[in-house]
Write a protein that binds this ligand. Structure first.
Ligand code: FES
Length: 132
């Protein structure tokens, strides 16, 4: 079953259960960490897509204790990305499984380069992810 998911490029990371945990304001995402429960622990992640978003976004609570926001498009063939269970690396959901650091740098696999990482600022329980 796992291989079928990889062939079809179906990722493990879900959109947030509370769809109201984030909003766009000008060129940035404002995300309420109190409502995005999936991000509570290292290794947790959500994906944001559609609406006014200029890109598909993966937000990961990294093992480094930081929150990372990345363009959710592998630089090989554009598949989505998942965090590894401990939150210390990322992996493409395709059969080829390119891996990246939580900051998006390519570790190995056929991907052509790093994932784009967007700046993340934390103000209390709000994350601000900037596209500029
Ligand atoms: S699409 Fe990511 S390794 Fe192929």
């Amino acid at each position: 079953m796992k291989i079928l998911k990889r062939i079809l490029g179906i990722c493990e990371t879900r959109p947030p259960q509370d769809s109201g945990c984030w909003r766009m304001e000008n060129d940035r995402i404002l995300l309420d960490l109190n409502r995005a429960r999936e991000l509570k622990n290292p290794g947790g992640a959500i994906r944001l897509e559609g609406g006014e978003l200029p890109e598909r976004i993966l937000i990961v609570h990294g093992a480094d204790g930081r929150f990372h926001a990345l363009k959710n498009r592998c630089t090989h063939m554009g598949r989505r990305i998942d965090p590894m269970p401990k939150g210390d690396a990322l992996q493409c959901c395709s059969v080829s499984k390119s891996t990246f650091t939580v900051g998006g740098d390519l570790k190995n696999g056929p991907a052509k380069g790093a994932l784009t990482e967007f700046p993340v600022k934390r103000e209390g329980d709000t994350l601000e992810i900037s596209f500029k």
